[in-house]
Design a protein around this ligand. Structure first.
Ligand code: ZN
Ligand code: ZN
Ligand code: ZN
Length: 127
């Protein structure tokens, strides 16, 4: 049986996806994939990522108004300064304390913390 266009597309996306080690956007993945198949539309990428997400093969986060995806990283957390708007990325490895609030299984997590950053605190520029 001849390989369908869909299977071929899927193979290309999978190949390019496996090369991505960190957080990436659908657009970044699309940019890589079109180098192999210039006819591949971004809608195909979105569909593919959606399926992977459903099967928990990929984890999605929201960062700076964009959707980020990751194969391995299970968390993505921010500290946002309410005074200057600066966003810092936090390394949060453990949310064991949170498990008691959840009856199901945790796959990945994203924590948003707001406050006043060290610089704003130092210069007392509370607005
Ligand atoms: Zn997940
Ligand atoms: Zn982020
Ligand atoms: Zn600040």
């Amino acid at each position: 049986m001849a390989e369908t266009r869909e299977t071929r597309q899927k193979k290309i996306i999978e190949q390019e996806l496996s090369k991505l080690k960190f957080f990436f956007t659908a657009e970044e993945l699309h940019k890589k994939v079109v180098k192999k198949d210039s006819n591949m539309g971004i809608a195909t990428i979105y569909r593919f990522l959606k399926d992977l997400k459903k099967n928990r093969k990929i984890h999605s986060f929201f960062c700076n108004r964009r959707n980020l995806y990751s194969l391995k990283n299970m968390n993505h957390s921010h500290f946002t300064c309410e005074s200057c708007g600066k966003i810092e990325h936090l390394k949060t490895e453990n949310i064991g304390f949170f498990k008691k609030f959840i009856s199901g299984d945790i796959c990945h997590f994203q924590i948003e913390v707001s406050g006043v950053c060290a610089q704003c605190k130092e210069h007392k520029i509370y607005k």
